[in-house]
Design a protein around this ligand. Structure first.
Ligand code: 6GU
Length: 257
């Protein structure tokens, strides 16, 4: 059959992360780099970066204005945001996320949930929040989820959207060369929802500091035991809150994969 039909079929089956932003160059640069870049080049994900300014309300490319009722800071207008979403959304059921400090906190469970969602719907749309906020009517009309990456305020939603995209693509099956290096990461089921252990590479001694003997012993059982114990200790000392994490949500997702 024609190669263009084949190409269309291939393109259709690759899930697409779509990022709507006022800083498309910044977003593209990050997505081309490291594992997110390699994942796209390997055809396991696609990215579309949309400049919200293309949907501005005038020839000055205006996308924001002062807040009704007064107050400092500019508010992003509803029209550019809504029309930018409508221009890229292929699937009416696609999840549309706004990055905002007012959102639910991003974590491992939400990563796996959004990855499932991306694979099911074929696309995931991320709007980078900006300035003081965006007109609430845009949220009402097109956003179905608001996500924050932690309790601090950033200048814009670009970094948070890139955090979400990076966390998602590295969990796509086959992206990491050694699947174990994902499964042993901090917060995964293998680490019991806790932190990872410490790691060492050559040389065996640096500035008088030695690699723990057990790691040079070649005894795989003992090494695994030591790492588990170190990870447990670290979690207890640094993040005691994680020892109380309900892992059932993560486990359900992992088993489906
Ligand atoms: Cl999603 N946006 C902004 N502007 N600041 C944040 C954030 C998001 N998450 C944490 N801080």
């Amino acid at each position: 059959m024609s190669s263009s039909a084949d190409l269309q079929e291939t393109t259709k089956s690759v899930p697409c992360i779509k990022i709507l932003t006022l800083f498309p160059d910044m977003v593209r640069t990050v997505l081309e780099t490291s594992i997110p870049g390699r994942t796209e080049r390997q055809g396991q994900v696609r990215y579309e970066v949309v400049d919200i300014r293309e949907f501005s309300v005038d020839k000055h490319r205006t996308v924001d204005d002062t807040a009704y009722g007064g107050g400092a800071g500019m508010i992003m207008m509803a029209k550019p945001v809504v029309e930018a979403v409508e221009s890229v959304r292929k699937n009416d059921d696609a999840t549309v996320i706004l990055t905002t400090p007012q959102g639910e906190t991003f974590d491992e469970a939400l990563t796996l949930e959004l990855l499932d969602d991306l694979q099911l719907k074929g696309e995931l749309i991320l709007i980078c929040g900006h300035y003081k906020g965006i007109d609430e009517r845009a949220i009402e009309l097109v956003v179905n989820r608001e996500v924050s990456i932690g309790d601090y305020v950033l200048s814009g939603g670009e970094l948070p959207a890139l955090v979400v995209a990076d966390a998602l693509v590295r969990r796509i099956e086959g992206v990491l060369h050694n699947e174990d290096s994902a499964n042993n990461d901090s917060f995964t089921t293998v680490r019991g929802g806790g932190l990872d252990c410490q790691w060492y590479t050559k040389p065996p001694e640096y500035r008088g500091l030695k690699v723990p003997d057990v790691l040079l012993s070649g005894h795989h059982g003992k090494i695994a035991e030591w790492r588990d114990e170190q990870a447990r200790e670290r979690t207890e000392v640094r993040r005691p809150d994680l020892t109380k994490t309900d892992l059932t949500k993560n486990e359900e997702k992992s088993q489906k994969r």
